[in-house]
Design a protein. Structure first.
Length: 281
């Protein structure tokens, strides 16, 4: 197994939206906002080579949307999607599998592009695009709360181009890559757990734990459709993770790539903060 990472983009969102009902005086101490109340986030992706497959986890925003769309996100820095893969030595044709943790536009938009003729095409033409069946059914018939996050131009071409694989059950997708489902943030979110050759387990935390600050059970995003479910899911998974020494890999945390977990008088919190390279060695 070989694991590599890159950061597609950095962007900014409202800090209050990322921490829901938690007062700013609390979250701002650990994840500070700027004068406009915006906090920086990343869009990290992993590439996992296993059993002859090359697996990409999440594809970012993509570039199909208008300048007006992107103007809302204060995008800065990052490697790009295809460009970031190139720095790791991969071409789009090399990718055999894409795991979309869920179908909000910042996680799946890069898998489909527009060509010069205005046609939707696969960015990774040799890949299967894996999405949980629960998330797919939820996304193509969106609720009012999430409708603006599920963009048809990101979703329907996956099916029309024959790319889509609907994952119906938790478990091993490919050797060393286990998938779990979570429903608080959005129905059927996938959280991949990568079983590393050194015996460790690396959790691609997606929007279950967008940052180390969100390990706190009550610190949840206003984007979560069922925040009480999020809290229950986090508690169960944190207990499991602490017991088995899982390492969390943060897709969105601008400051921290990975961390261990530790028990504190206030509950489970981030332990040692690590780079991915430190985890893999």
């Amino acid at each position: 197994m070989k694991i590599s990472q890159f950061n597609i983009r950095n962007f900014k969102v409202d800090g209050g939206a990322m921490f829901g009902v938690v007062p700013k005086v609390l979250w701002n101490r650990v994840y500070p906002a700027d004068d406009d109340n915006l906090i920086p986030l990343s869009l990290r992706s992993l590439v996992v080579e296993t059993d002859g497959r090359v697996v990409l986890i999440d594809t970012g925003f993509g570039n199909k949307q208008s300048d007006k769309f992107f103007s809302h996100f204060g995008i800065f820095g990052g490697d790009g999607l295809v460009e970031g893969l190139a720095t790791l030595g991969y071409k789009p044709d090399d990718i055999t599998d894409v795991i979309h943790t869920h179908l909000h536009y910042d996680h799946c938009g890069g898998g489909i592009a527009l060509n010069d003729k205005g046609e939707y095409v696969a960015v990774f033409p040799n890949a299967k695009y894996h999405v949980s069946k629960g998330q797919w059914e939820w996304a193509i018939n969106p609720n009012v709360r999430e409708a603006d996050s599920f963009l048809k131009e990101n979703l329907l071409p996956m099916q029309q181009l024959g790319l889509l694989n609907l994952v119906e059950a938790e478990g091993e997708l490919l050797p060393g890559i286990e998938l779990r489902f979570f429903n608080g943030h959005t129905r059927g979110q996938i959280v991949p757990i990568i079983h590393l050759p050194n015996g460790k387990k690396l959790v691609y935390a997606a929007d279950l734990f967008p940052s180390t600050a969100h390990i706190h059970l009550a610190w949840n995003m206003s984007y979560d459709v069922e925040p009480l479910v999020t809290m229950e899911e986090k508690e169960l998974f944190l207990n499991e993770s602490l017991e088995h020494n899982y390492i969390l890999y943060y897709q969105h945390d601008f400051y921290t790539e990975c961390s261990t977990l530790q028990m504190t008088p206030k509950g489970i919190r981030a332990g040692e903060k690590l780079t991915l390279l430190e985890v893999l060695n």
